[in-house]
Design a protein around this ligand. Structure first.
Ligand code: UDP
Length: 250
């Protein structure tokens, strides 16, 4: 078997990745598809940690806009990520992948508490580790949780699986003239307010030199291919060669 190009990865999936075309909640077929994609990557011999969002169930900021106290709304959002984590755990275990869920908010009856050294040990033993409850703090996002956990466990890269196949100059679903970038720097993302991750997450990656790949999780086998070294999607790094700012795909 070919060796993985990235040995330890942090996969970030938004909650929306689980809802399929339903517009809310968890779609069983989509969930099983995600689990299969993780399995293929796992079989490519990579150590895989997953941070999953909760936007398919509850988003703190949206509830706060409608009058709920922000911190309470955010805690509810974090609980939504726990629901998704348990769903993904179940789907993975059904297809033979051993997993552990670690929660940033203690819920001992259903998940381990987050313990960094234990998470690393699980990865070394070939278990997929799913990090739930974000960072455990309100006013953050699961993108920031992904950046934080990736740095803590010494991941080689964050792989952000989205609906679109990379980073564009504007929303490709709305703007037919949107341009896709193949490689760009953290500063390009910040200066051009590109929608990759929120600014807290991006700066955390920049300060710790952690690369990010944005790719379409809907395209079958992409996750595995990236782990094996194929250049798919868009990559954010400290420097791009022939540095002339943002580079566009030909
Ligand atoms: N959240 C939070 N702190 C964190 C991570 C998440 O308060 O560290 C809350 C926040 O309300 C957020 C919700 O959990 O809206 C769901 O996470 P997110 O919006 O990042 O999910 P995604 O967009 O990836 O589905």
């Amino acid at each position: 078997m070919s060796k993985p190009f990235y040995k330890r990865v942090l996969l970030k999936l938004s909650g929306e990745a689980l809802m399929g075309e339903k517009g809310y909640g968890i779609d069983p077929n989509t969930l099983n598809y995600m689990a299969q994609e993780v399995k293929k990557a796992y079989e490519a011999d990579a150590q895989i940690a997953v941070v999953i969002g909760g936007g398919n169930i509850f988003r703190g900021i949206e509830a706060a806009e409608q009058g709920m106290e922000r911190a309470t709304a955010d805690y509810m959002g974090m609980l939504a990520t726990v629901i998704n984590a348990l769903a993904l755990q179940n789907a993975l275990e059904k297809i033979g992948i051993t997993t552990r869920v670690q929660s940033a908010i203690e819920m001992r009856e259903l998940a381990e508490p987050y313990i960094r050294r234990k998470a690393i040990r699980h990865l070394e033993k070939g278990r997929v580790v799913i990090f739930a409850a974000g960072t455990g703090n309100p006013y953050f996002t699961t993108d920031t949780a992904a950046a934080l956990r990736a740095i803590e466990i010494g991941a080689d890269i964050i792989l952000k699986g989205t609906k679109v196949d990379g980073i564009y100059s504007s929303d490709p679903m709305k703007d037919p003239k949107a341009k896709k970038f193949e490689r760009l720097t953290y500063m390009d993302v910040i200066r051009n307010s590109l929608k990759v991750m929120d600014s807290t997450a991006i700066t955390l990656c920049m300060d710790n030199n952690l690369p990010i790949v944005v790719f379409s999780i809907r395209k079958e086998d992409s996750l595995k291919k990236i782990i094996l070294g194929e250049k798919i999607g868009s990559i954010v790094l400290r420097e791009v060669k022939d540095d002339a700012g943002v580079q566009e795909e030909s």
